[in-house]
Design a protein around this ligand. Structure first.
Ligand code: FES
Length: 101
């Protein structure tokens, strides 16, 4: 699937991936602002992204644990997700994510 990350300084980077999580994909491609400090276990929020509203249905909403984590982040919004909690799949082709950090 082709995934586009938009960094805080407005840079648009489109990458391709087939497995792992969106956080791992971002790390593999050195996307600025996705640190994934906890290694993908939903306990750091350094992988916070805002999903483009048009794609929110495809990524689905955050789980309860994920929401608890997101609430600690100042920059949380209606379309916030932790990218380590979203598996890369063909269904996400074309997805656009705004990096939150
Ligand atoms: Fe830590 Fe996603 S990598 S919450």
């Amino acid at each position: 699937a082709k995934i586009t990350f938009i960094t805080r300084n407005g840079e648009k980077i489109t990458v391709e991936g087939n497995d792992g999580s969106l956080m791992e994909l971002a790390k593999q491609n050195n996307i600025k602002g996705i640190d994934g400090d906890c290694g993908g276990v939903c306990s750091c929020a350094t992988c916070h992204v805002h999903v483009d509203p048009a794609y929110f249905e495809k990524t689905g909403t955050a789980s309860e644990i994920e929401n608890d984590m997101l609430e600690l982040d100042d920059n949380v919004g209606e379309y916030s997700r932790l990218s380590c909690q979203i598996p890369v799949s063909d269904a996400l082709d074309g997805l656009v994510l705004q990096v939150a950090n």
